[in-house]
Design a protein around this ligand. Structure first.
Ligand SMILES: Cc1cc2nc3c(=O)[nH]c(=O)nc-3n(C[C@H](O)[C@H](O)[C@H](O)COP(=O)(O)O)c2cc1C
Length: 208
């Protein structure tokens, strides 16, 4: 399947068929999230993968439209960092130094400029920036899933307080930004037969 076929086949599933995604495919989809680009490479997010039946059931009341949660194979929960401090940035640079076998001193100028950049930002600006990075991850996960013929539904329709309570998120430092249900579409889901509604090219694209 080429990528346009995969993206045309993709739709936001309302009901899955309860089938479980094989581990290797799930792993590949997660790798695409890991390989996402992020501003300054800081990856200010993490991904919780809910696979236990018990946890999926526990999460049902947290969603306004829970039919996806009760029928999906897995639910990915993308959590954004609310704060970034020098120790996080320094940890990132230690990691670069290890992976690329570069002495930390060589990276010092870049590290200092990032710390300076971050220190100039307000709390809200940092958080807003972090959430934008999370949506890039979401898009890559959805795209990879589509290529793997795995169906998805991105979901923001949840009760923030409840989902964070169930998943034991510390709201001081993190926020559940968006979730992604994955699985296989149910034959009963009539949404799969609906035509895509998208802006016409002349309204969406402008060539200059
Ligand atoms: C960030 C984001 C959040 C969404 N949240 C929900 C949701 O909570 N529940 C739902 O059924 N669909 C949700 N959707 C799906 C959209 O309604 C859907 O993508 C849009 O109507 C286009 O339809 P399609 O994805 O089937 O092509 C969300 C989509 C995105 C990108």
């Amino acid at each position: 399947m080429n990528y346009l076929e995969a993206l045309s086949r993709r739709y936001s599933v309302k009901k899955f068929n309860n089938e479980i995604i094989p581990r290797e495919i799930l792993h590949n989809i997660l790798e695409s999230g890991k390989l996402s680009a992020s501003s300054l490479g800081l990856q200010p997010y993490k991904i919780l993968v809910v696979e236990s039946k018990e946890m999926k059931e526990k999460l049902i009341p947290a969603f306004y439209n829970p039919s996806q949660i009760s029928t999906c194979s897995h639910l990915m929960v993308i959590i954004s960092k609310k704060t970034l401090d020098e120790s996080y940035v320094n940890g990132y640079f230690r990691h670069i130094s290890e992976v690329r076998e570069t002495p930390e001193e060589k990276l010092d100028l870049f590290r200092k400029s990032i710390n300076q950049h971050i220190n100039q930002k307000t709390h809200d600006e940092i958080f807003n920036w972090a959430e934008k990075q999370s949506y890039i991850v979401l898009a890559n996960l959805m795209y990879a899933a589509a290529i793997e013929s795995i169906d998805t539904c991105p979901m923001e329709g949840f009760r923030q307080d409840l989902i964070e309570e169930i998943l034991e998120i510390n709201p001081e430092s993190e926020k559940v930004t968006v979730t992604l249900a994955l699985g296989y579409r149910s034959e009963e889901d009539h949404f799969q037969h609906m035509k895509k509604v998208r802006k016409p090219n002349e309204k969406l694209f402008k060539f200059i």
